[in-house]
Design a protein around this ligand. Structure first.
Ligand SMILES: Cc1cc2nc3c(=O)[nH]c(=O)nc-3n(C[C@H](O)[C@H](O)[C@H](O)COP(=O)(O)OP(=O)(O)OC[C@H]3O[C@@H](n4cnc5c(N)ncnc54)[C@H](O)[C@@H]3O)c2cc1C
Length: 486
């Protein structure tokens, strides 16, 4: 699956942004007889908010009544689990606990239980006995007085989900244009839109704005100033896989007092087997992804009530993600008031990952209505196979993989047991950067954070693609790593 290079072309639909929302929409639309293009400023899919979040597929009981965030969540959960099967996306139904230590908040748990029940959730129950909670979570504090248990909650890998949508949409005929930062949009009358990036140009009848924290800027290119996006940073502490099993379910701490802006601090397993604590909630003015000692200290203080004995010496890294918080407080999905052929899918903060497919279906219905119902593509393929991960196989399957492909016998990343065969396959699927390989294979995600494997991965990129060693980047643009071949 190679990368496409830009010529002046005409598309039925141009999607701006290849995050989880843009790629989910591209997949939905690629099932129809439509020319779909996705324009992304970065060098790969899923490098915005999609790469750094909690990775939770929420059950769907939370959110203010009447909001899209609430309405689309449970449906999104059901659609996501179906897509996870079709596209081999890592997915684990862990269930979640919303915990309280102060019984004064019991009525809030009861209200959420009732809201969840009305939303059609199954497997929702209130637990008011610490012993019963500890049976599910042996390491939880004895001070946790009650929990709302939602068995439909799950964890996934958000970037692998995004890459799965991308590959499936690509297979079904969608075109992706990376390194295409959209800089201006003009209306050419009945001819549609002209979208311009640096030295690049694309024409389209319909535009879908899925540009995440930059979506208000993209909307302003057609003079749509109807909403603002405030980036809100959330920082995390990620723990080593050695601690696998320390937490079993997604654990939320009910935000106490007046602070109900986010879902509160979490302690949760990842789908890969480690666990994390975070995120906090800090409005910022730029694309600031730095982490700070102060914020990490605050996270530790906040999770202490729920998990007093976290083994912080096993932390392997800190990282941050940016929520695209809209000034309406809800998702903004629908045609712009400025132009009926320009659709916004903006302000997609949490639970945007969970809702990606319910949002995509909503946008699809609007696009098909405007386009006068395009027919289904005859040959569309809803499934896609993931790269076979050596680490996740049992011994017999490992032997079989090695027999089939000798490069499955060469370990490149020792922390995550990633083999050379996986790295080569990631390159074959279009990746030529360290981050691209990391998000496809997990090489560099473990305890040494790439200290051991980065050079090995670079040598394989150099060998397989012919990109000079000193031109290989971490994440595109000028993020070069080495000055000469090592
Ligand atoms: C801390 C945190 C925790 C979260 N936890 C959860 C969770 O557990 N569960 C859940 O359901 N949701 C969660 N979310 C929300 C979820 O991560 C987001 O809703 C989702 O990732 C948004 O995807 P997106 O595609 O809209 O944005 P992005 O992934 O940011 O994609 C937008 C893309 O547009 C591109 N772009 C921007 N401007 C331009 C331009 N001018 N030209 C071309 N391309 C452009 C960007 O490069 C980017 O790739 C969390 C979010 C955060 C920040």
């Amino acid at each position: 699956m190679g990368r496409q290079h830009m010529r002046a072309k005409k598309s039925d639909v141009a999607i701006i942004g290849a995050g989880i929302i843009g790629c989910a929409i591209a997949r939905e639309l690629s099932f129809y007889d439509l020319k779909v293009s996705v324009l992304e400023k970065e060098h790969d899919a899923g490098w915005g908010t999609t790469k750094a979040n909690s990775g939770i597929i929420h059950a769907g009981y939370a959110g203010e009544k009447g909001t899209l965030k609430l309405r689309l969540c449970h449906k999104g959960n059901l659609l996501f689990r179906k897509a996870a099967r079709e596209l081999s996306i890592p997915f684990k139904q862990t269930g979640s606990l919303l915990n309280i230590t102060d019984t004064g908040y019991l009525k809030n748990l009861e209200a959420l239980y009732e809201q969840g029940r009305q939303n059609g959730l199954r497997g929702l129950r209130l637990i008011t006995d610490n012993r019963a909670i500890k049976e599910l979570e042996p390491n939880i504090s004895k001070d946790v007085a009650a929990s709302l248990h939602a068995s439909e909650a799950a964890v996934t890998s958000p970037y692998e989900a995004c890459l799965a949508f991308y590959e499936n949409a690509l297979f079904n005929g969608a075109e992706f244009f990376f390194d295409f930062p959209v800089e201006s949009i003009s209306r050419e009358g009945a001819q549609g839109f002209c979208i311009r990036g640096k030295e690049k140009l694309l024409e389209a009848d319909i535009i879908i704005n899925a540009a995440g924290i930059h979506s208000a800027r993209v909307a302003s290119m057609i003079d749509d100033g109807s909403f603002k996006i405030i980036p809100v940073k959330g920082q995390y502490i990620l723990f080593d896989k050695q601690c696998s099993g320390y937490v079993n379910l997604v654990n939320f701490m009910m935000p106490e007092g007046a602070d109900t802006r986010s879902k509160g601090i979490l302690v949760s397993p990842t789908v890969a087997g480690n666990f994390f604590a975070g995120p906090d909630y800090e409005p910022v003015s730029t694309d600031d992804l730095s982490t700070s000692r102060q914020a990490i200290g605050d996270i530790k203080a906040n999770v202490h009530k729920m998990y007093p004995d976290i083994p912080y010496e096993k932390a392997i890294t800190y990282f941050a993600g940016l929520r695209a918080v809209s000034d309406t407080g809800d998702f903004i999905i629908g045609p712009s008031l400025r132009d009926p052929m320009f659709f916004n899918a903006c302000g997609i903060q949490s639970p945007g990952l969970t809702c990606c497919l319910s949002i995509a279906q909503l946008i699809k219905a609007m696009v098909l209505e405007r386009k006068g119902r395009a027919g289904k593509r005859k040959s569309y393929e809803p499934t896609r196979k993931a790269i076979e991960k050596f680490e996740t196989k049992d011994i017999m399957a490992k032997k079989a993989l090695h027999k089939k492909e000798r490069l499955y016998g060469e370990i490149v990343c020792r922390c995550e047991n990633v083999t050379e065969a996986e790295v080569v396959e990631a390159i074959r699927r279009g990746s030529d950067t360290l981050d691209g390989i990391k998000f496809r294979t997990r090489a560099g995600m473990g305890r040494c954070q790439g200290g051991y494997c980065a050079i090995k991965v670079m040598r394989i990129i150099n060998r397989e693609t012919g990109i000079p060693f000193e031109k290989i980047t971490k994440c595109g643009s000028d993020s070069y790593i080495a000055r000469y071949k090592i």
